[in-house]
Design a binder for this molecule. Structure first.
Ligand SMILES: [Zn+2]
Length: 284
């Protein structure tokens, strides 16, 4: 592993990686792949950029020759917004060694019906096929949190496994996760949203996910993976890490009898100590 890592690290000095948001995307996709959450072309990320950061590194002047890609769903609320996104069919493993082929910087048109490619997605590559879920989720998160910037999707292993063996009831699953590690209630007091199993990539799953994002920063896609929102790459990643850790503990426990656990009273004490409000209807 150390030899492989040093080979990869040579790529961490490639052109493009001096741009802070490109570097953040390249590093986090590499970490996520290494954790086993993004096999093959699994997973996708979109990161809302400020116009000034894009202007500084990429340039924002409109150019007639830039590739324009129509959206099959209107996102007028995001007109003029800039995003860096992972490419469709691209492997997270490869981003770090060739960011320009695997990532793209996009600007949503004034009409909200197409995106313009400002940088990357080389050789005719397209943005992630989950763009509907991403853009619709950004719209909902921005309504409740003006500092929101990141939507992250991956196939976190134990979270995915848990969707086979745990009831898919949002409140019950949230409580189970809160009980697995003391940090969970503090990290996601807003609980977990769950959509039914649906075909990925469609505006339908996008609308269902975004609807859950009004109340929750984490939405689970049963037998598929997890969607998370954050104000930074670290925050979205940390949220997935925490859910995944709790799911791992749950799967490690398996059928063995639980001899002691965190009680509801202790969870309330925890919430009070850290100044968070647990989603109502979960603690007795
Ligand atoms: Zn997926």
């Amino acid at each position: 592993m150390s030899t492989m890592l040093s080979e990869v690290e040579k790529g961490w000095r490639l052109p493009g990686l001096e741009v802070p948001f490109i570097r953040e995307m390249a590093e986090i996709t590499y970490h996520m792949w290494r954790l086993g959450w993004d096999e093959r072309n699994g997973g996708n990320i979109s990161y809302l950029l400020h116009e000034a950061e894009v202007e500084k590194y990429i340039g924002t002047a409109s150019a007639a020759e830039r590739r324009k890609l129509p959206l099959t769903f209107p996102v007028k609320e995001l007109a003029g917004c800039y995003f860096i996104v992972t490419g469709s069919g691209k492997y997270f493993k490869n981003v770090i060694s060739d960011p320009e082929a695997n990532l793209g910087v996009l600007r949503v048109s004034e009409g909200g019906d197409e995106v313009e490619v400002l940088w990357g997605l080389r050789d005719g590559a397209l943005p992630t096929s989950e763009l509907p879920s991403h853009l619709m989720s950004h719209i909902e998160r921005l309504k409740v949190d003006p500092a929101h910037r990141v939507i992250m999707h991956c196939h976190a292993t134990h979270t995915l496994a848990m969707t086979f063996v745990h009831e898919l009831d949002e409140k019950k699953l949230t409580k189970t996760l809160w009980e697995m590690c003391t940090e969970c209630l503090v990290v996601f007091p807003d609980g977990i949203g769950i959509v039914p199993w649906m075909v990925p990539g469609s505006p339908d799953i996008g609308r269902a996910t975004a609807a859950k994002m009004c109340e929750h920063r984490v939405v689970i896609w049963p037998q598929h993976g997890i969607f998370a929102a954050g104000t930074t790459i670290d925050e979205a990643f940390g949220l997935i890490e925490t859910v995944e850790k709790a799911a791992q503990i749950y799967m490690l426990l398996g059928d063995r009898p639980v001899l002691q656990k965190i009680t509801d009273a202790q969870l309330r004490d925890l919430a009070a100590a850290f100044g968070v409000t647990p989603q109502p209807g979960i603690l007795s």
